[in-house]
Design a binder for this molecule. Structure first.
Ligand SMILES: Nc1ncnc2c1ncn2[C@@H]1O[C@H](COP(=O)(O)OP(=O)(O)OP(=O)(O)O)[C@@H](O)[C@H]1O
Length: 392
């Protein structure tokens, strides 16, 4: 089934009067935030999963000390290959896992110890959208049932015409025609339509933050852009802060305001998406960009790539975790962990190759003789600079 049944009017124009389910309750539950205000913040967020088994010792270092600030009306992309810790970051922010270390703050308030009603209040403000819309909707329930349940959890006491209006408003908000879709079962919907219903269910909570974990990767290529456009619309109209998790740096450029490139549980490059994708500074980002043959092409089935060893996350490499795969690595890269260095407005890179160029000199950084020679950050990556390729 195609997505042609979408309401082409987008219902966006009606959204403020009808499209926000329970607009009055929004006022009651949601603090007023200005566009670009920090809504959700992680500081030093870390997750180590202890190995299980009789003789097992150690832990998987899934996420190691990430700082992240999600702002109202902004999309941040977390990009990286499989196993780099992207989903774990989203699950930590959703409080589905306890963190090993670090703090999560909502509007500046530490939420890491919240339980019971306080946790439930947090959970409704920070909603997750999962990768697989086929698994995330119960096949025995209609769209009406699924959305009614979500609305009633978050807006107790709604019934009759008010409830019906709220359900219609939610479907309109995700650009599905309510009359056509409200009584459908999941098997009667396309993947894109199911993902829209899953997004509508998340919106029932009137969230301030959406954590979208690869929301398009399981969808037919022809409908991916439609879902990204919908999320963009929610960002713009409702000012929702969005964390967008993806393997695909090309879609990050299209969709995200800022991009964080993750490698082996750590961010290695951060900046506005245009700069990160057009002039990647970190050798790993260069490799990712290189593996996306056409940055304009959001609908490819697969990116090129194949060779290259992902790091051991139980005993991550010493120093820079990318050093075993990096064509520029020197001794310092293999022994000392590079900090995130400021390399321009809003841009940071964790690479010793930039240590001699950062503002404020090189105090505390290795002597320049020890540092790797990197090419111009803006220079295109060539085969000669690429010894391995990302696996996905
Ligand atoms: N519940 C868990 N228990 C143990 N290890 C886990 C658990 N969840 C994730 N990991 C490990 O943590 C590391 C990071 O996994 P994560 O799923 O966050 O990466 P990812 O970048 O999202 O990968 P993918 O794109 O494949 O989902 C991996 O080595 C993974 O095997």
């Amino acid at each position: 089934m195609s997505d042609e049944a979408l309401d082409p009017a987008g219902s966006g124009g009606r959204a403020d009067s009808a499209g926000r389910a329970g607009a009055t309750s929004r006022k009651a539950t949601r603090p007023t935030v200005a566009r670009d205000d920090v809504v959700l913040e992680a500081v030093g967020l870390t997750k180590h999963f202890p190995l299980r088994g009789l003789r097992a010792t150690g832990a998987v270092h899934a996420v190691d000390g990430i700082d992240l600030a999600l702002r109202s009306g902004q999309v941040i992309a977390l990009v990286g290959e499989s196993g780099s810790g992207k989903s774990t970051v989203a699950r930590l922010l959703a409080r589905l896992y306890p963190q090993t270390a670090g703090t999560i703050r909502l509007h500046g308030e530490d939420v890491t110890a919240k339980r019971g009603a306080a946790f439930r209040r947090y959970a409704r403000r920070v909603q997750m959208i999962f990768q697989d819309p086929f698994a995330s909707l119960n096949p025995v329930h209609t769209v009406r049932y699924t959305l009614t349940r979500a609305v009633k959890i978050h807006k107790k006491g709604l019934s009759g015409a008010e409830l019906e209006a709220a359900l219609h408003a939610l479907l309109e908000r995700v650009q599905l025609n309510p009359d056509r879709f409200i009584d459908k079962f999941p098997h009667e919907l396309s993947g894109g339509q199911r993902q829209r219903v899953a997004i509508a269910r998340a919106l029932a909570a009137d969230p301030e933050v959406l954590l979208a974990d690869e929301p398009i990767s399981m969808l037919d290529v022809s409908i991916r852009i439609g879902i990204l456009n919908l999320l963009q619309d929610l960002r713009d109209r409702l000012g929702i802060a969005i964390l967008y998790i993806t393997h695909d740096i090309a879609s990050a450029r299209y969709f995200a305001d800022r991009t964080y490139v993750m490698y082996a549980g750590k961010p290695v490059e951060i900046g506005d998406s245009e700069s990160v994708t057009q002039s990647p500074a970190h050798p790993y980002t260069q490799l990712l960009v290189r593996s996306a043959p056409d940055p304009e092409d959001l609908v490819s089935e697969e990116r090129s790539g194949g060779r290259g060893e992902p790091p051991n996350m139980v005993n991550p490499p010493e120093g820079c975790r990318f050093s075993p795969r990096c064509p520029f690595a020197t001794d310092v890269c293999r022994t000392a962990t590079p900090p995130l260095l400021q390399i321009g407005t809003g841009r940071q890179v964790a690479c010793w190759g930039y240590a001699s160029r950062v503002d404020g000199g090189t105090d505390g950084l290795p002597a320049s003789a020890e540092l790797p020679e990197l090419g111009d950050a803006a220079a295109p990556v060539t085969a000669a600079t690429t010894t391995s390729e990302v696996t996905r």
